[in-house]
Design a protein around this ligand. Structure first.
Ligand code: PMT
Length: 219
């Protein structure tokens, strides 16, 4: 068993891609399976933390001590995190919240119309949950991920400052190894104090434990 170094610490971890309705039967989402976030929630719980997992993918294996809150949209995820934020010590945004939602979701199933070969969806910007928390934060340790297909490190550093986070973990997506919906991942941790730590390719479970241990050392 693991040393209970995080006893009395409260964590909120988010997981999965959010789903934005187009109509009652269709939605826009992304390839995030919720594995990375769920593994992080489990790892924090293993080390003794009180953990709330706000997830769009509740079917994943979650330790029984973790409290699960299921959401669909980015707005719902933001609201769920906000309820707990004041009493939280550590927030980890491993979810992939949709950056845009459909401006006017249809209330009935959209039908094909004879002779009409295109359909336009207007999208509007969603709130940035992590950036909002960065503006509000007092004692909380804020962790985000940067999922990038190019210029990984530069973009991660930009997100660290722009979102006022304490840690950003850069992970490459869109390759055959790691990232979305894989069992393994790799990345670079960028801390606010300038420290960087490389995480080589390993299982998401092992990576989650590494991340939680590094956060614990900075609380
Ligand atoms: O779920 P898996 O299949 O296991 O895949 C894991 C993962 C690749 C999704 C995960 O490791 C990861 O990178 N999560 C972040 C995905 C993402 O939205 O990255 P981003 O670079 O677009 O966003 C930067 C940070 O801001 C992230 O912490 C994100 O959660 C947060 N964000 C983004 C948009 C938004 N509207 N609100 C946010 O808070």
């Amino acid at each position: 068993s693991h040393p209970q170094v995080l006893q009395n610490k409260k964590f909120v971890v988010t997981a999965g891609g959010t789903e934005e309705s187009i109509d009652p039967v269709r939605y826009i989402s992304n390839r995030s399976s919720g594995k990375m976030g769920t593994d992080l929630a489990n790892a924090a719980s293993l080390l003794g933390a009180d953990v709330i997992l706000v997830t769009t993918r509740p079917a994943m294996m979650v330790m029984s001590e973790v409290k699960v809150e299921t959401v669909k949209t980015t707005a719902q995820m933001q609201a769920a995190v906000a309820v707990h934020f004041d009493e939280t010590d550590v927030v980890i945004m491993a979810a992939a919240p949709a950056d845009f939602r459909v401006a006017n979701p249809a209330t009935q199933k959209i039908k094909k119309v004879a002779g009409q070969d295109d359909l336009n969806l207007q999208l509007i910007k969603n709130p940035d949950i992590l950036a909002g928390l960065g503006k509000q934060k007092k004692h909380q340790f804020l962790t985000g991920f940067a999922a990038e297909t190019e210029n990984l490190h530069a973009n991660a550093l930009k997100k660290l400052t722009a979102k006022n986070a304490d840690l950003i973990i850069a992970n490459q997506v869109g390759r055959s190894t790691g990232g979305f919906n894989a069992d393994e991942n790799s990345g670079t941790m960028f801390f606010k104090d300038g420290t960087t730590i490389e995480i080589p390719l390993m299982s998401k479970q092992e990576m989650a434990l590494r991340i939680i241990q590094e956060i614990n050392e900075r609380l």
